[in-house]
Ligand binder design. Structure first.
Ligand SMILES: [Zn+2]
Length: 231
């Protein structure tokens, strides 16, 4: 997860938020309620989020747009009565992949401080203050670890080390490690590494940690000797 600066509120929200919010409690039937709730799916809102997150999931940094439509994610779930008024609040909307936002992971959960929350929000927090990044060269696994209570809760609830995600991410991180070694003598490798750190690159958080040079050998409980990529 990387920090993302929130773009200005789309005009369609500016113009309609009050009316859309008022219509919610006035919906008489289930169908009306669904129709009233779905206003947040306006194409202009989706486009603004895709642009803002460079087509990546706000949480796991996987690219979405080339294989899926992506979810408009309510950071504070609209299904919870206390957050219902935030259904059309621009500051509450993120772009997410279907897995991070699915019922097996974030779904409608929103842990409060007493439960190790709230989740780390890429637009409200500095994610690098909540996570460390590990690469185990023997197992060839790139792992993200929460270093704060909120970071741990976020990593666990969102499944940031879920099997398929970690396997895919690990292959890219391995390539980055090789690029990092080549970049010292090869301008093309240096450029590729630079590109891997940009906001629009998948798993830029790992690339930035690698480039920052905070790499050391460290024994980690229940893990073999790992390279610690620490911001
Ligand atoms: Zn995701």
């Amino acid at each position: 997860m990387i920090r993302v600066e929130r773009a200005p509120k789309p005009a369609v929200i500016e113009q309609n938020q009050a009316a859309w919010t008022l219509a919610l409690p006035n919906a008489a039937t289930k169908k009306d309620k669904t129709r009233a709730e779905m206003k947040y799916r306006h194409p202009a809102i989706k486009s603004a989020l895709v642009l803002m997150f460079h087509g990546k999931c706000a949480y796991c940094e996987s690219k979405i747009s080339h294989i899926d439509y992506g979810h408009i994610e309510h950071f504070r779930p609209k299904s919870k009565p206390e957050f219902r008024s935030l259904a059309f609040e621009w500051g509450n909307l993120l772009l997410s992949c279907a897995v991070c936002n699915g019922s097996e992971h974030k779904g409608a959960y929103f842990p409060e401080a007493a439960d190790g929350g709230p989740l780390v929000n890429p637009c409200e927090d500095f994610p690098e203050a909540h996570f460390e990044f590990f690469f185990d060269p023997q197992a060839r696994l790139a792992t993200v670890i929460g270093t704060t209570a909120r970071g741990k809760t976020t990593e666990t609830l969102l499944g940031l080390n879920r099997k398929d995600l970690r396997a895919y991410r690990s292959r890219l991180v391995m390539q980055l490690c090789v690029l990092s070694r080549c970049a010292k003598n090869d301008p093309d490798a240096e450029l590729l590494l630079e590109e891997a750190c940009r906001d629009d690159a998948e798993y830029a958080a790992f690339a930035r940690a690698l480039v920052a040079g905070h790499v050391c050998e460290q024994e980690i409980s229940n893990r073999p000797s790992c390279l610690l990529l620490k911001r």
